[in-house]
Each structure stands twice: as structure tokens, then as C-alpha cells.
Design a protein. Structure first.
Lengths: 117, 107
């Protein structure tokens, strides 16, 4: 099976702009999670989607939003970009478990490197 | 609140030496704990999970609920083990990562 893919791989934006990142999970995986990775804060959970519904959200401002489509592909959007949003954004998918709840392994994509100037 | 602590940012050892990467956690329920590894220029990948009780690439980790620890161990380090290691806890529908420990194995 193909792994988790993320597009674009690199992105440069300026402050105040907005950005949309895309994630395609492994075929058959219905759960998609997003993480922000920075040198200072490490890996931080943004949100998780399952069957087009946001199931959990991390401690990020409302400028960070996401959605999931019926084919399980997911997008995350960051509006009014700030310098501190520069980071590697990782997407991960995992296989379905009992009633859609699973603590099974998360498979990570290569990430999108966002630079805000 | 759930939290994962990896006290060492960098662990530097020589090839053949034993390795122990420390991880402590805070969680009110029964934790699901994982070790993820990120080799240079590769994506983050699962190394092992506590419920599997497996040994992967010679690494093992034992969950100690009394000490709330999940330390990663390997008896003899190899140069190819050099990477960033993250301890993670799954709870309340999210994966919480520690800050990570960089393992550098010198020849």
C-alpha cells in the first residue's frame, strides 16, 4: 500500500496570508491526525478526524482548522499566518479498529515544511 | 493532564555500549505507550508499542506503572541507531509526544 502523502512538501508564505495543506491517508484508513513539529515545542497534536468528523482538538487557536472528505483525505487550513506558525506539519493515519476507536499504530507522512516570512 | 517527559535532549554513546532512553509519563487512565523513531531525512515511524511486548531492532521497553516509566533499552548500540527518538502516550483520542531524545552512536 502507498504510504501517507502530503502536499505540498514545502511552502513559503508571508504574515497575514492563509494556507491550506493536504493529506492523503493510507487506503482504508479513516482516521487522520495532524501535528505541528517545531524545534522549540516539539510535536504537538492539532486535531484528529474520523469519518469526516473532528474527534479531538489540541490547544491551538481558532486560526487552525481542518476538515476531512468522504474519501478520508484531509486538509488543514491556517489563516492569518504568524511568524510562529513556521513549522513542519505532519499528518498521520491509522487503521480502523472496533467501532472506529483504535489505539493502533499511526503512520506518518513526510510532512509539509511551512515557512512564514 | 497527560504528559510525557523525556529528560535527555541528547544521549551520546559509543558503538557497542548499552543504551537507555528515559521516558516518564503522567496519565490518569491505563496508558497506551509507544516509541517512535525518526532517522535522518526519513519520516517518523513506529519503533515499538508496549502492548506488543516485542523487541524491534534489538530495542525493548517495559512499562512500569509504579514508576510511570517506559524507558527504551538496547544492550549494544549500533551506529545505525543514531536518530531522534520520541516517547508517546495515546489517551483521550490523541497522541502526546515527549520532546524527544537525540541518540548519537559514535564509532
Amino acid at each position: 500500500k502507498a504510504g501517507v502523502t502530503q502536499t505540498p512538501r514545502y511552502l513559503i508564505k508571508t504574515r497575514g496570508q492563509q494556507v491550506t495543506l493536504s493529506c492523503s491517508p493510507i487506503s482504508g484508513h479513516r482516521s487522520v491526525s495532524w501535528y505541528q513539529q517545531t524545534p522549540g515545542q516539539g510535536l504537538q497534536f492539532l486535531f484528529e478526524y474520523f469519518s469526516e468528523t473532528q474527534r479531538n482538538k489540541g490547544n491551538f487557536p481558532g486560526r487552525f482548522s481542518g476538515r476531512q472528505f468522504s474519501n478520508s483525505r484531509s486538509e488543514m487550513n491556517v489563516s492569518t499566518l504568524e511568524l510562529g506558525d513556521s513549522a513542519l506539519y505532519l499528518c498521520a493515519s491509522r487503521p480502523p479498529g472496533l467501532a472506529g476507536l483504535s489505539t493502533d499504530t499511526q503512520y506518518f507522512g513526510p510532512g509539509t515544511r511551512l515557512t512564514v516570512l | 493532564a497527560q504528559r510525557v517527559t523525556q529528560p535527555e535532549k541528547l544521549l551520546s554513546v559509543f558503538k557497542g555500549a548499552p543504551v537507555e532512553l528515559k521516558c516518564n509519563y503522567s496519565y490518569s487512565g491505563s496508558p497506551e505507550l509507544f516509541w517512535y523513531v525518526q532517522y535522518s531525512r526519513q519520516r517518523l515511524q513506529l519503533l515499538l508499542r508496549h502492548i506488543s511486548r516485542e523487541s524491534i531492532k534489538g530495542f525493548t521497553a517495559d512499562l512500569n506503572k509504579g514508576e510511570t516509566s517506559f524507558h527504551l533499552k538496547k544492550p549494544f548500540a549500533q551506529e545505525e541507531d543514531s536518530a531522534m527518538y520520541y516517547c508517546a502516550l495515546y489517551g483521550y483520542n490523541k497522541l502526546i509526544f515527549g520532546a524527544g531524545t537525540r541518540l548519537a552512536v559514535h564509532p
